[in-house]
Design a protein around this ligand. Structure first.
Ligand code: NDP
Length: 435
């Protein structure tokens, strides 16, 4: 057995059958969402429910999947961002220590990329007198882009899986040419490992595929989809509703927070622990942009006016959620960098300390709690007529619960008795006094 890459014995998501269900279930759900939130469902989804509408596509599926224009746009978007990712200026930061004792170096240049895109969009806005043909094209072809991004996720994750078998050019610290595989993605079962992600940090030259996909093409496309919905409403009505402004603002803050504070992502479980397989590839490239933007799409078709009191309530809730999310994440990050020596902590045999003070005595994941509250504000911004808009908080709640369980398993294994001590000091997992 490889010293560097021990075989994975525990399977997540209910093993192969669960993985297959997610592989085909989630993309189907994404397409169904689009069928439920389009021109055909402008009023009450429940009262208007019609299976025929869901099963009838505006164009034959074969025509969509072979649409060269959509493929070209999508690939130009992906490849241009990849080029910008490795060429625009920034600074370098090391990731966490890997199993072979090495650390990867990451180019942190989110500010350059966002500035570049803002300048590009603002110039187009001026040149086209506010008509922005690219955004109109994106808005009217959302179904096409959704389907093509799903296909691309399948193709790209197959490529990355095959790539994980190609020996390294330079030997690693164990003096072999083996790549570092994800602890959870090395069962030997092709489909399972492809889904979970076999290689931990696949890189093509200077491009770190996982961090790139996590923060660039999907997140920025989500932002563009929201702006395209706002632009559509503005062209249709001649003004923009309060709900549309709110959803664009709340989600833009979230996107910019991720893209601009990218060095904070280097300690996230996705980067430190998960391999890059279909799960992350589809999540980053398809699920994030096309399901997280359904609220703005719905609002572009329904023109919801929330009124001042409800808008202020949602905004207030957003401030509370975002504050908990940011303050707790920053506190842990600063503590781990040795910047908060006065806070109470547990010294562990592994060497890393566990904070049991301030936000981190309230629950084991106060950051998840804040993040979830924030997610609720996106749903509330759509009003109460369409339950589909609430999908995000339900899905995200399930994702965070599953994530907490995975993290707990990891920490129990990693810290042993110290984790038991920690659990006594901080008994609640996510929501204080409830769970
Ligand atoms: P956490 O930030 O909670 O990190 C967990 C890790 O932190 C543990 O494995 C452990 O790692 C360390 N740790 C745990 N407890 C302590 C403590 N008391 N003191 C010091 N270190 C501790 O989880 P994630 O990485 O999953 O999430 C990061 C953020 O990203 C969250 O805010 C989450 O909400 C958000 N997120 C958002 C998603 C989205 O789609 N919008 C998806 C996923 C996450 P170690 O081994 O170093 O000890």
């Amino acid at each position: 057995m490889s010293q560097l890459n021990p075989k994975t014995t525990h399977k997540e998501f209910g093993g192969l059958s669960g993985v297959l269900l997610i592989t085909f279930g989630l993309p189907t759900l994404l397409i169904v969402f689009h069928q439920l939130i389009n021109e055909n469902y402008q009023t009450n989804l429940i009262a208007d429910f019609d299976l025929d509408k869901i099963l009838t596509f505006k164009r034959p599926l074969l025509e969509i999947v072979t649409d060269g224009k959509i493929w070209t746009f999508y690939l130009i978007w992906f490849v241009s961002l990849a080029i910008l990712d490795v060429t625009l200026p920034g600074y370098y930061k090391n990731g966490v220590e890997l199993r072979d004792g090495s650390k990867l170096n990451y180019l942190i240049n989110g500010i350059s990329i966002v500035s570049f895109l803002v300048i590009l969009l603002a110039s187009r806005f001026i040149i086209t007198d506010g008509q922005l043909p690219e955004l109109r094209f994106l808005y009217s072809n959302v179904l096409e882009f959704t389907i093509i991004s799903i296909l691309f996720s399948f193709i790209f994750s197959i490529f990355v899986y095959i790539y994980s078998f190609i020996p390294l050019i330079k030997p690693n610290k164990f003096n072999t040419k083996e790549r570092i595989l994800a602890a959870g993605g090395n069962t030997g079962n092709t489909i399972y490992d492809w889904f979970i992600g076999r290689e931990l940090n696949p890189r093509i030259g200077p491009l770190d595929i996982k961090l790139f996909c996590e923060l660039r093409p999907g997140m920025l496309l989500w932002l563009l989809l929201n702006i395209s919905a706002l632009h559509h409403q503005w062209l249709e009505l001649g003004y923009v509703t309060d709900s549309m402004i709110l959803i664009n603002m709340l989600q833009a803050i979230y996107v910019f927070d991720g893209v601009l504070n990218e060095d904070g992502c280097l300690t996230m479980m996705d980067i430190t622990t998960d391999g890059f397989g279909f799960m992350l590839c589809f999540g980053d490239l398809s699920l994030v942009p096309f399901s997280y933007s359904i609220q703005s799409r719905y609002l572009s078709l329904n023109n919801v006016e929330l009124g001042l009191p409800l808008s202020i309530f949602i905004l207030g809730l957003g401030v509370v959620g975002f504050y908990i999310f940011k303050a707790s994440n920053n506190e842990k990050s600063n503590f781990r960098q040795g910047k908060l020596p006065n806070l109470k902590y547990i010294k562990t045999e592994r060497g890393t300390n566990l904070l049991v003070d301030s936000w981190w005595k309230v629950s084991q994941h106060p950051n998840y709690f804040g993040d979830w509250i924030y997610s609720l504000t996106w749903c509330l911004s759509t009003g109460f007529a369409n339950p589909i808009n609430y999908y995000y908080s339900i899905y995200f709640g399930a994702l965070l619960l599953h994530r907490q369980k995975r993290d707990e398993l990891k920490c129990q294994e990693k810290y042993g008795k110290d984790w038991e001590k920690y659990e006594k000091e901080v008994p609640y997992k996510i929501v204080p006094y409830i769970y």
